[in-house]
Design a protein around this ligand. Structure first.
Ligand SMILES: [Zn+2]
Length: 912
């Protein structure tokens, strides 16, 4: 699955100006023989997989089903009624009964189950007594006569509601070009919502074959995981029967029914690939289809295994809670993550579509063909898909320098993993809400970061061969983290588990401190990094990691690279007597922060930061900012350091700088804001003046994106009147002729004009929202409505988030954006408090959770107290450690304000 708003983009969103205009500042700172053998494996009952008692869960766990009855095959028939928003269903589940039992327990919730009947091989059949347990989302079937071991078929009839909560089997609506509203039905089952569509063994290791039949209105179209086996008309209905799926988990099943239109298929090997959209949007599918084709080809080659399905459809759904969902053969997307107009989109918008499409395709193997055994191993799916999306997009568009911008993802992971309330990548999961809370920056970005570190440590070819070994060994089955290490260790001939366990099973990451003695001995010390001091925490300071450390030593005018594996708290390294400078974390792949003794930092700076690679400059400033927030570096030293980056022209490095300025903007008093604005203008202005407003011949996409983001920062954070006037002029030009302005600049024009806008501008942007030509343009204008300053306008936006006017896939993010707007945060917080019950009822769960992330912007002591009171009094649980993490991030902001407020004011006086 992909989050609705990419976490790696959250760092940039603070200055974002329109790509999302969404400030959820997560960063306080921040081949053919295989075909034959796999086909055979798919139809065989695996030996010892589900029934492996050594690895089976404790059957006393209320959230785990007993393992003595195991599904092999589901024959599903569903009849959705889009008008009545209801569906009727019937299923026959072929089961293996391992020992005699008079009870079958499976998952179901919000279903009306009317009959359940079991039939054995002998032809005997018996009706079950049905009892539903809503709290545990289970259905108990009891039989008067105990069932004997062997194979039997359970047939159930049931019905349910096509809900509006964007989970299970749900309804989505859209308006056609004439303004008429249409309904469609779609599914979102991950993590535990297949049970809302049909009674099932809804755990990832109960893999089975699915044979789906959809009974629909003849004017509609149906898509599911596999090709259509037959289509017939009967009783005024179209009966669409789909081919058998491979053996797979329930959370990957999908049905989509509506007026949807496909592109012409392109053949990737034997796989027909199509994109689907509601009528009128097919022209926005080309870019997505290109990266879908390129990444599918890339993955077949990388994994050395053909795509496991019989076709691949990518479908844009108008209402969609997450970013996308990797249902095998029927991947669903929110429109912004799949449909895009190449000509009018920003580089960031194109990159987002490429990332998400590549990510979901990577899952067809990692996740769908081989699946984690349980949700604690979710990182195996998601970290891998995130890592593979980078590889595939980098191979497709090397000029995008995707691994450079991966630094922003790594930084997002650092910002949460530096909290005492972080968690290990692999973390116990019981209840469904805890499974939902696992879809976070630690699973995706930290997971992908440590995989990248391992790949660079053991070598990319060895790593790839280990991945191939793992996939072949566990195809059509489930696996755990240790299985991956076994494969990688076997191929690498290295003790991979010993190296990786510290990164996967313990929370946090190391701060590596470098000191040098007068006798030229380098001492490298590791300790767990944290933003808040030890006295405020209970975290262990004795944690150790095995750190693959790459170091560049310059001596006598020559540079050399040293590789070490740090295992101890202190490591001493003799340096050549004529050493000039030392850089730790060369190339920047390591998942640790570096803190240099002042002399070492001076030598790096004096040698010239332009001699460092992009990722090295990125880490230098990002680590400096983090150590500043942690109180290990004076804020004034950090602010001086930012002055060394005036000539910087990399968008990622600038993302760190602007993120830190936004952080200061949140903690500063109203009286000091003009001085901060002047400081920002001093830092950003030279680059804006140099880059100008229009692209130059031969300029890279990345520079175009940087221009847009710097203009936006100067217009908003810098509050520069000259930029604001020019933005207004250029926006008028753009309205007359959209091709007259580079697309990468447009979001910053919109953001700057919203920042200074009045009711007339609000109405104008609202009209542009209504008539937007692309999903990206729609989002740009939607989020602009959170960026105004006048209270009356922000009140209008807030009211619309719960009026049903704004889709619930977006509404919580809009509230969060206003929480992040320093002119609207108190208003938005009061609105959240007053409307919590309604929001809790209306918004998708993960949207509500992300909305609450906005509280970290409420960085005043009074607001912090109020926030803590509210969540404690209401006993609100966002699942996992989510709320704890938000509250700690808020504490860090307030702590920074209390510690640095006066010093910051004095420092900034010089810029007034
Ligand atoms: Zn994913």
């Amino acid at each position: 699955m992909t989050e609705p708003i990419s976490r790696r983009q959250t760092l940039q969103t603070l200055m974002k100006h329109g790509r999302f205009l969404l400030a959820i500042p997560l960063t306080p700172f921040f081949s053919s023989w295989l075909h034959a053998s796999f086909a055979q494996a798919a139809t065989e009952q695996p030996k010892g997989e589900i029934m492996n008692q050594a690895s089976s869960p404790d059957t006393l766990d209320p959230y785990r089903l007993p393992r003595h009855v195991v599904p092999i095959r589901y024959d599903l028939r569903l009849e959705p009624d889009l008008t009545a928003a209801r569906f009727a269903g019937q299923e026959t589940i072929t089961l293996t009964i391992h020992h005699s039992t008079s009870e079958i327990v499976l998952n179901a919730i919000e279903l009306d189950i009317t009959s359940a009947q079991i039939a054995g091989d002998s032809g005997s059949s018996e009706q079950a007594t049905i009892a539903l347990d809503a709290a545990l989302e289970r259905c108990h079937l009891t039989f008067a006569t105990p069932l004997s071991p062997g194979t039997c078929r359970l047939t159930m009839t049931f019905s349910g509601t096509l809900n509006d909560k964007l989970r299970g089997f749900y309804r989505s609506t859209y308006k056609d070009e004439r303004g008429a509203t249409h309904s469609m039905a779609a599914t979102q089952f991950e993590a535990t919502d297949a049970r809302r569509a049909f009674p099932c063994w809804d755990e990832p290791d109960f893999k089975a074959v699915f044979a789906t039949t959809l009974v629909i209105d003849p004017t509609l179209t149906a898509v599911s995981n596999t090709t259509i086996a037959s289509e017939t008309l009967a009783g005024g209905k179209k009966i669409v029967r789909f081919a058998d799926s491979i053996k797979m988990s329930t959370y990957l099943v999908a049905f989509i029914v509506g007026r949807i239109e496909p592109t012409e298929p392109v053949m990737i090997g034997k796989t027909p690939l199509r994109l689907w959209a509601v009528p009128g949007k097919g022209h926005l599918a080309r870019f997505g289809q290109d990266i879908a084709a390129a990444s599918l080809t890339f993955f077949e080659s990388y994994y050395g295994i053909p795509y496991p399905g019989d076709k691949l459809d990518l479908l844009a759904i108008p209402d969609f809670a997450s970013g996308a969902m990797e249902n095998l053969g029927a991947i669903t997307y929110r429109e912004t993550a799949l449909l895009v107009d190449r000509q009018s989109a920003t580089h960031g918008e194109l990159e987002r579509v490429a990332d998400v499409v590549a990510h979901e395709n990577a899952h067809m193997w990692f996740g769908d063909l081989v699946t984690m055994s349980w949700w604690n191993g979710l990182w195996l799916n998601e970290a891998f898909a995130t890592f593979m999306e980078m590889l595939a997009v980098d191979a497709w568009k090397p000029e995008w320098k995707r691994w450079d911008s991966f630094g922003v993802s790594r930084a997002a992971a650092f910002s949460v993993d530096g909290l005492h309330s972080t968690r290990p990548i692999e973390y116990p999961v019981q209840a469904p809400k805890d499974a939902d809370a696992m879809f976070d920056v630690l699973t995706y970005e930290k997971g992908a970061s440590v995989l990248r570190m391992l790949e660079q440590h053991i070598g990319s070819t060895v790593f790839r061969d280990g991945v191939r070994d793992y996939l072949r060994a566990h195809a059509y089955g489930n696996a755990d983290t240790k299985d991956l290490w076994v494969s990688l260790g076997k191929i690498a001939k290295q003790p991979v588990p010993e190296l990786m366990d510290g990164w996967i099973f313990q929370p946090g990451f190391p701060l590596v401190t470098a000191n040098v003695s007068p006798s030229s001995e380098l001492t490298i010390t590791q300790q767990r990094f944290s933003y808040l001091s030890k006295t405020q925490s209970g975290s262990s300071q004795d944690q150790r990691w095995q750190i693959p450390l790459q170091m560049r030593i310059t001596a006598g005018g020559k540079t050399s690279t040293s590789r070490l594996l740090l295992t101890e708290k202190n490591t001493k390294v003799p340096l050549p007597h004529n050493w000039e400078s030392i850089l730790l974390n060369e190339e920047g792949h390591g998942f640790y922060r570096v803190r240099y003794a002042p002399e070492l930092l001076d030598r790096i700076l004096n040698a010239g930061i332009d001699r460092l690679a992009v990722t090295e400059r990125f880490n230098l400033i990002n680590d400096a900012w983090a150590t500043t927030v942690a109180g290990l570096m004076p804020l004034t030293d950090y602010l001086d350091l930012t002055g060394r980056f005036i000539a910087e022209r990399d968008k990622n490095v600038w993302a760190v700088l602007l993120d830190s300025f936004s952080f200061l903007n949140r903690i500063i008093t109203v009286a000091d804001r003009p001085a901060l604005e002047a400081f920002v203008r001093g830092r950003v202005g030279p680059a804006v003046a140099d880059l100008g407003w229009a692209p130059r011949n031969g300029e890279s996409e990345l520079t175009k994106q940087l221009r847009g983001e710097l203009i936006g920062a100067q217009g908003k954070l810098g509050n520069d009147p000259a930029i604001q006037r020019r933005a207004a002029e250029l926006y008028r030009t753009y309205c007359d002729d959209a091709t007259a302005v580079d697309p990468n600049v447009v979001p910053s024009l919109v953001a700057t004009l919203a920042h200074t806008g009045d009711a007339t501008r609000y109405d104008e942007f609202n009209e542009r929202l209504r008539t937007a030509a692309t999903p990206q343009e729609e989002r740009r204008y939607l989020f602009s409505l959170a960026a105004f300053q006048p209270t009356a306008l922000l009140e209008r936006t807030l009211a619309r988030t719960i009026s049903g006017e704004i889709r619930t896939q977006d509404a919580p993010f809009l509230v969060s954006a206003i929480l992040g707007n320093v002119y609207g945060r108190e208003l938005a917080w009061a609105f959240v408090k007053a409307n919590w019950e309604k929001m809790d009822h209306m918004f998708p769960k993960q949207g509500l959770r992300r909305m609450c992330g906005g509280i970290i912007s409420l960085a005043t002591p009074e607001l912090e107290r109020d926030v803590r009171d509210f969540f404690a009094t209401r006993k609100i649980d966002l699942g996992g450690k989510t709320l704890e993490q938000y509250l700690e991030q808020l504490r860090i902001g307030v702590n920074m304000r209390e510690r640095n407020g006066i010093g910051l004011r004095q420092y900034l006086q010089a810029f007034r």
